[in-house]
Design a protein around this ligand. Structure first.
Ligand code: G3H
Ligand code: 13P
Ligand code: ZN
Ligand code: NA
Length: 306
């Protein structure tokens, strides 16, 4: 069934693990993720960005997820990733999504609160979960002044949650989107995470920009013609520590893109005469499955928790 993340998060919070939220754009990505979760007996969240919704179309996404629900016995949460305004949140709620993110993190505090409240007021009577964001993810260096300005302020987080009634909160503690997360030594402000967890007991926190940018995938892509130099993600042990705190949802997109592209590059380089898309999409789909299983086992800790 299509479910709310409520129960998943409550169990994850109590168990000290996290639920993987994987970005989906097409059939092969959905199938790879579903097969991985089935094998691991792990709950999961499929999330759709505005770009994914434009690319595939909301109806195609919904029908693909419907197929996954018919083919497997997994509880699946369908979530809108980075909703920019009330309108897109309303559209996916009306379409049947069970969870939305309203991302007002770029707005001044009071405007972020007002926008988030507006979405909460539409979503809650319809049984839909609302994730909001406070703080900015943009890649920052070791500049403490900069961190104070963009990382999530724990007291503001408490006030934000109280005043908006949001159900979960994405926080900024040093992660960033994409394949280039750190120029020097990777670090997360786990102390800040602990403080936020303590001030918001039982409240699910979300980590965006949490791909590990697996070096073997970057190397594979680069050795078959890719030019992804200097890519660096969040180390697995830091994510594992975060998952033991209030972090209940860990977002992963870049690692899926890398798994697919590295394997498609490899296949095409080794089989230059092949031109049947099924031939290269099959190993790409398998690579997504393998990567997600690895993630569930070593980073999320959500195996056998259904
Ligand atoms: O946070 C961004 C996600 O990785 C989705 O990316 O907007 O290119 O689909 P996208
Ligand atoms: P990555 O770019 O680290 O995969 O982050 C994805 C994300 O946060 C989607 O919202
Ligand atoms: Zn994100
Ligand atoms: Na957790």
């Amino acid at each position: 069934p299509l479910v709310s993340p409520k129960e998943m998060f409550a169990k994850a919070y109590a168990g000290g693990y996290a639920i993987g939220a994987f970005n989906v754009n097409n059939m092969e990505i959905i199938q790879g993720i579903i097969s991985a979760a089935e094998t691991e007996r792990s709950p999961l969240i499929l999330q759709v960005s505005a770009g994914a919704r434009r690319y595939a179309g909301q109806t195609y996404i919904l029908k693909l997820v419907e197929a996954a629900l018919e083919e497997s016995d997994l509880p699946i949460c369908l979530h809108l990733d980075h909703g920019q305004d009330f309108d897109i949140c309303k559209k996916v709620i009306d379409g049947g999504f069970t969870s939305v993110m309203i991302d007002g993190s770029h707005l001044p505090f009071e405007e972020n609160i007002a926008l988030t409240k507006e979405v909460v007021e539409y979503a809650h009577p319809r049984g839909v979960w609302v994730e909001a964001e406070l703080g900015q993810l943009a890649g920052v260096e070791d500049d403490v002044q900069a961190e104070e300005n963009v990382y999530t302020n724990p007291d503001e987080a408490v006030e934000f949650v109280e005043r908006t009634g949001c159900d979960s909160l994405a926080i900024a503690i040093g992660t960033s989107h994409g394949a280039y997360k750190f120029s020097g030594q990777p670090r997360l402000d786990l102390e800040r995470l602990e403080t936020i967890t303590t001030k918001l007991p039982e409240f699910p926190l979300v980590l965006h920009g949490a791909s590990t940018v697996l070096p073997e995938l970057v190397d594979m892509a680069n050795s078959y013609g890719g030019q992804i130099a200097g890519a660096k993600g969040v180390p697995e042990d830091l994510l594992r520590q975060a998952a033991k705190s209030g972090v209940c949802k860990i977002n992963i997109d870049t690692d899926i893109r890398l798994a697919m592209t590295a394997n498609i590059r490899k296949f095409l380089a080794e089989n230059p005469a092949e031109f049947d898309p099924r031939k290269y999409l099959k190993p790409a789909r398998q690579a997504v499955q393998d990567m997600v299983q690895h993630k569930i086992e070593t980073v999320l800790g959500s195996s056998n928790t259904l």
